[in-house]
Write a protein that binds this ligand. Sequence first.
Ligand SMILES: NC(=O)c1ccc[n+]([C@@H]2O[C@H](COP(=O)([O-])OP(=O)(O)OC[C@H]3O[C@@H](n4cnc5c(N)ncnc54)[C@H](OP(=O)(O)O)[C@@H]3O)[C@@H](O)[C@H]2O)c1
Length: 246
Amino acid sequence: MRIAIAGGTGTVGRLVTREAERRGHDAVVLARSVGVDLVTGEGLAGALDGADAVIDTTSIGTLRAKDATVFFRAASGALLAAAAQAGVGHALLLSIVGIDRIPHGYYAGKLAQEEEYARSRVPVSLVRATQFHEFAGQVAAQARFGPVQLAPRARVQPIAADDVATHLVSLAEGEPQGRSRDIAGPREERLSEMVREWERHAGRRGPVWAIDLPSAQMRGMRRGLALPGPDALVLGPRFSDWLRRQ
Ligand SMILES: NC(=O)c1ccc[n+]([C@@H]2O[C@H](COP(=O)([O-])OP(=O)(O)OC[C@H]3O[C@@H](n4cnc5c(N)ncnc54)[C@H](OP(=O)(O)O)[C@@H]3O)[C@@H](O)[C@H]2O)c1
């Protein structure tokens, strides 16, 4: 199959690209760094020619609802229009568990992106995943102030981005499902402990202070609103086993 990966240079997108290639598919990456900008449309014409499926793993680094919404509507809207034009038979979107329960700016953008897929002319599969194991490192980097390492308290059930990628390629090989089962890792974790383990694994020995951040995202996560439901498909290793292998 020819599979296009929008955001195929990102944290999960590059793993999707690698997995698609490992399975013998022809993987086509769409990202600004390879000359395709989904917001301006630059480089998009013809990029999806001959593609059987497109997997959308694009993202923007913002916490603001307006910026996230403008980005996801524009990028996914352009991608789906180009997919329809090229006769692509299956568009897959990776989304996030709990975005409809937590009033966080970035999640407002993801909800807008899901709406774009809900009204797509191309048949879709939409899968929501919990936070990646890699989320611990992203949070740690944002909460490090010189020698002071903060570790936000939150309830999460993280999954390895690798397992998300494998699942997305398997879905792309099958028929469009509409909303597909949510996916999550095997165990609920405390985000503050994940950050602590991440820091130790990186060789940093300083104190790590667990805190309650007042942001809407972290308040919602402390209440368990980012946890998967009982129907979620559980995939991959728990966080500490995954971290040991990094
Ligand atoms: N991180 C998590 O814990 C988590 C959990 C569940 C779901 N998700 C979802 O998974 C998806 C991927 O997340 P991620 O953390 O892997 O993202 P990421 O590492 O930030 O990667 C984003 C990708 O989007 C591309 N991109 C950005 N702007 C673009 C544009 N205008 N045109 C074309 N490509 C563009 C980037 O490439 P260029 O910069 O080269 O353009 C990059 O390849 C997101 O939708 C996110 O919501 C994330």
